[in-house]
Design a binder for this molecule. Structure first.
Ligand code: IMP
Ligand code: MG
Length: 190
């Protein structure tokens, strides 16, 4: 199957799992909810590079509060489709979050190891609160011992490797507008 970006067909895609229209509607809902929940608070929105960039840019424009933004980058997957379980800080935030309410914006939560690492780091910096907003969630993959809770979720999806809407495979496919399941042949080629 193919998906389209503009008028171009993209190969290597098995199916579309969340359409751009479904995502747009969901982002509006999430923005509205977050705006209500944080009314009167100083919200800091932190995007997790690089996967969350597309979702982050859509979401912050649906939050009708003054927000401060920053980015963090960690590595856990490398180039492969399998988690290594090791999380390493690649780029730290640059703003002071002491006493602030922080919302971490992520593309997808899988085992939960990445967000656990980020949440603990931000709490160590004395954030007042740290909540998580993830475009996608694979609940079946969660490591239950981690005890991580996602306050705002776009879509729960089955345990399949997905790309598009910011998510990559080996740094490719981030520009697809739909969230798509990658064809198994693509893994074989690498
Ligand atoms: P976790 O630490 O296992 O929760 O993994 C989360 C990170 O793994 C995300 O930030 C993604 O970068 C990556 N990841 C997990 N599942 C997928 C997927 O299906 N497609 C692309 N990246 C994924
Ligand atoms: Mg990521």
């Amino acid at each position: 199957m193919n998906t389209k970006v503009g008028n171009n067909l993209i190969n290597g895609i098995k199916e579309v799992i969340v359409t751009r229209d479904q995502m747009e509607k969901k982002v509006k809902e999430l923005g509205r909810k977050i705006s209500e929940d944080y009314t009167g608070k100083e919200l800091v929105v932190i995007g997790v590079l690089k996967g969350a960039v597309v979702f982050f840019s859509d979401l912050i424009r649906r939050i009708s509060l003054p927000v401060t933004t920053d980015f963090i980058s960690v590595s856990s997957y490398g180039d492969s489709a399998n988690s290594s379980g090791n999380v390493r800080l690649k780029k730290d935030i640059e703003i002071d979050i002491r006493g602030k309410d922080v919302l971490v914006v992520e593309d997808i939560i899988d085992t939960g190891l990445t967000l656990k690492y980020i949440k603990d780091l931000l709490l160590e910096r004395n954030a007042r609160s740290v909540a998580i907003c993830s475009a996608l969630d694979k609940p079946s993959r969660r490591d239950k011992d981690i005890g991580i809770t996602v306050q705002y979720t776009g879509f729960q999806i089955p345990d399949e490797f997905v790309v598009g809407y910011g998510l990559d495979y080996a740094e490719k496919y981030r520009n697809l507008e739909d969230v798509c399941v990658l064809s198994p042949e693509v893994y074989g080629k690498n």
